[in-house]
Design a protein around this ligand. Structure first.
Ligand SMILES: [Fe+2]
Length: 311
């Protein structure tokens, strides 16, 4: 495929009339702007009461919260190691689109892993191979826990809605919807995959802001309830609007982001899961256009792979 053909297929598919500037989205004041770390620097100083979110690639991230380093959804395979998806927006394009921004040896230097689910772009063969078998891994339920134990991991733990302690950080499981109601069963039956996934909230007595990792979900009552119940200061949203032909989006895009921003007016929203899977319909480029058009520079952050945000 020629380069200009690729660029054509990546042309913004998502900006519609209702994405034009609208006055109803609350904006943060400049003093709420989080510090942004140089992507070259991988060990940011973290002030007491704050935390760090480092975008790695796609949904993979490192969160340093309450002094504990968590690796989220490790998809650690090489660039283009996964074949195309026939029902994707770019069906023949291999993924992930980019190399990891850091050496795997650095990415896996963590205290624990959180696997929101085990789809190929959240926990892959490379992760199963390179992670130490005694690494604590938090999973959504017993089914995923059994899968990981069968791969030799011997410290697999299950997230709980009422909270699970890990080194002083409380992790709360949050429900999510990884497809539209009414389509979810049919979609995952067709693809012979589990449709279950989860989000996670982190809290620590010394950290000012709760962090809500929404996971692979569309906007739904589960997300609204989590925002209402935990009042997170930061919400990480998987925002690539991944979509398979014949179905509605299975993660958030602009339409859902607008709902998150409106429902959580005091939160900073971070867009993750960007620019690495062929079924995505929203790119960082389009999302930054949306941010600019709506004057959301301090409310909706779109980090590059490797970039660290301090909150
Ligand atoms: Fe995903």
């Amino acid at each position: 495929m020629k380069e200009n053909e690729i660029q054509q297929r990546q042309a913004p598919p998502c900006l519609k009339r209702d994405d034009l500037p609208q006055p109803d989205l609350p904006r943060d004041t400049p003093e709420d702007t989080p510090a942004v770390q140089d992507p070259e620097t991988t060990a940011p100083p973290i002030r007491l009461g704050s935390f760090a979110f480092q975008q790695i690639r796609s949904a993979t991230a490192i969160v340093t919260y309450g002094g504990v380093r968590f690796l989220i959804d490790p998809w650690l395979g090489d660039k283009e190691s996964v074949p195309g998806l026939p029902a994707a927006y770019e069906p023949t394009r291999r993924s992930p689109f980019h190399d990891l921004p850091l050496p795997i040896s650095e990415i896996t230097q963590v205290d624990a892993v959180i696997a929101t689910h085990l789809h190929f772009d959240h926990f892959d063969e490379a992760a199963a191979t390179v992670l130490p078998k005694d690494m604590p891994i938090f999973t959504q339920d017993g089914v995923d826990a059994a899968t990981l134990r069968s791969r030799g991991f011997n410290d697999v733990r299950i997230l709980r809605f009422n909270g699970t302690d890990f080194k002083g950080v409380t992790l709360y499981k949050v429900d999510c919807m990884h497809a539209a109601p009414g389509e979810r069963g049919r979609l995952y039956e067709a693809y012979q995959m589990r449709g279950d996934a989860c989000g996670v909230v982190m809290r620590h007595p010394d950290v000012e802001k709760a962090l809500y990792l929404a996971g692979d979900t569309i906007w739904c009552d589960y997300v609204a309830d989590a925002i209402h119940n935990f009042q997170p200061g930061v919400i990480v949203v998987n925002a690539a609007e991944a979509t398979l032909r014949g179905f509605s989006p299975i993660i958030m895009g602009l339409h859902d982001l607008r709902k998150v921003l409106a429902y959580a007016p005091n939160a900073t929203v971070v867009a993750s899961h960007m620019d690495n899977v062929p079924h995505a319909r929203l790119t960082r480029k389009d999302l930054r256009l949306f941010v600019g058009m709506n004057h959301l520079q301090q409310r909706l952050l779109v980090p590059e792979d490797g970039e660290t945000l301090l909150f």
